[in-house]
Design a protein around this ligand. Structure first.
Ligand code: PLP
Length: 281
C-alpha cells in the first residue's frame, strides 16, 4: 500500500488533533488515535474529553473533563501549534459536544472552516458499555454532525442516530443519505459489523455519488479500537492533502493491516495494532 510520508529527523510533521476519551487498556480512544498518528508520521495533538476506566473485558466507568477545559485544550494548541486536520471520538455529554462545537467554529475546524474534521460519533464500546449519555444523541445529530467533513459511525451508531437498521445495501444507502441530510459533507456507513457477509463494504456518500470500498472480512475477535483507527487514519491522510475518497481508501487499507496485526491482550478483546508499520519499509 502507499503509505503517508514519514518526515525526516528534525522536520516538523503535519499535526492532527484528536478530541476524545482515553482508554486505560491502551487499545481504543486517544491511545488508538495517537498510535496511528505517530506511525503515519503525524504529530498528535490531544484534547482529552473523558477518562475511561477500561480493560480488555469492558468499560467500568468514566470521568468527564469539564467542558471549558476540553475547549481550552483545543484553543491552546490551535493557536500556537496549528492543526492540519482534527477528529472527534468519545465526547460523552451534550455540554462537552456544545463546547467542542463552539471552539471548533472559533478556530476554523470543521466544514465551515478550513481545517477538515472527522467525526466518529462514539456511543458505546464493543462490549455494549455506554460512552455517551443518551440525552446527548440530539447534540450529536444537530450540533456535531453538521460540522463534519466526514462522519464515520458504525452500524449501532447509525441506528441510534438515524433510526435506520442497516441490513443490506439499500438500507446502507438510506442511512448514508440520512447522515448527509443531518449536515455532514461526506458520510461513511461502515459495513464491518454486518456479520452476515464475508466481505466488509464501506459506503461513502457526498450527497450526490455513492462510492463503495470493499475488503475481505477478517475473522478476528481482536478488533478493539478499529473504528478509532479508521477515523484517525482518515484525519492523517486529510492533513497530508488527500481528498476525502482517497483518504478513506488509504484509511481502509491501513485499518485492514492493523486488524491483521491485532494481538491477544487480557482476557477479552485485544486491540488492532499499527505496530506492523515499524517493520515495513
Ligand atoms: N473507549 C474509548 C475511549 C473509545 O473512544 C472507544 C471507541 O471509539 C471505545 C472505547 C470503543 O472501542 P471499541 O468499540 O473498538 O471497543
Amino acid at each position: 500500500m502507499k503509505l503517508l510520508p514519514i518526515p525526516a529527523a528534525g522536520q516538523t510533521p503535519v499535526r492532527v488533533l484528536t478530541i476524545a476519551g482515553t482508554d486505560s487498556g491502551g487499545g481504543a480512544g486517544i491511545q488508538a488515535d495517537t498510535r496511528t498518528m505517530a506511525l503515519c508520521g503525524v504529530h498528535a495533538l490531544v484534547a482529552v474529553a473523558a477518562v475511561t476506566v477500561q480493560n480488555s473485558v469492558g468499560v467500568s466507568g468514566f470521568h468527564e473533563i469539564p467542558p471549558r477545559i476540553v475547549a481550552d485544550q483545543v484553543r491552546s494548541v490551535a493557536g500556537d501549534i496549528g492543526v492540519g486536520a482534527a477528529k472527534t471520538g468519545m465526547l460523552a455529554s451534550t455540554a462537552i459536544i456544545e463546547a467542542v462545537a463552539e471552539v471548533c467554529r472559533e478556530v476554523g475546524i470543521g466544514r465551515a472552516g478550513s481545517i477538515p474534521l472527522v467525526v466518529d460519533p462514539v456511543a458505546a464500546s464493543m462490549h455494549g458499555d455506554p460512552l455517551l449519555h443518551e440525552e446527548a444523541l440530539d447534540a450529536v445529530r444537530h450540533t456535531l454532525i453538521p460540522l463534519a467533513t466526514v462522519v464515520t459511525p458504525n452500524l449501532d451508531e447509525v441506528r441510534l442516530i438515524t433510526g435506520i437498521d442497516v441490513t443490506d445495501d439499500a438500507s446502507a444507502r438510506r442511512a448514508a443519505e440520512a447522515l448527509h441530510t443531518l449536515g455532514a459533507q461526506w458520510s461513511i456507513v461502515k459495513g464491518g459489523h454486518l456479520r452476515s457477509s464475508d466481505v466488509s463494504t464501506d459506503l461513502l456518500f457526498d450527497g450526490d455519488t455513492f462510492l463503495e470500498y470493499t475488503a475481505p472480512r477478517l475473522a478476528t475477535g481482536n478488533d478493539h479500537g478499529g473504528g478509532d483507527t479508521l477515523a484517525a487514519a482518515i484525519a492523517c491522510a486529510l492533513a497530508n492533502g488527500y481528498t476525502v475518497p482517497d483518504a478513506v481508501e488509504f484509511a481502509k487499507e491501513w485499518t485492514r493491516r492493523c486488524l491483521e496485526a491485532s494481538y491477544d491482550l487480557g482476557a477479552g478483546h485485544g486491540p488492532v495494532s499499527p505496530l506492523w508499520r515499524l517493520t515495513h519499509s
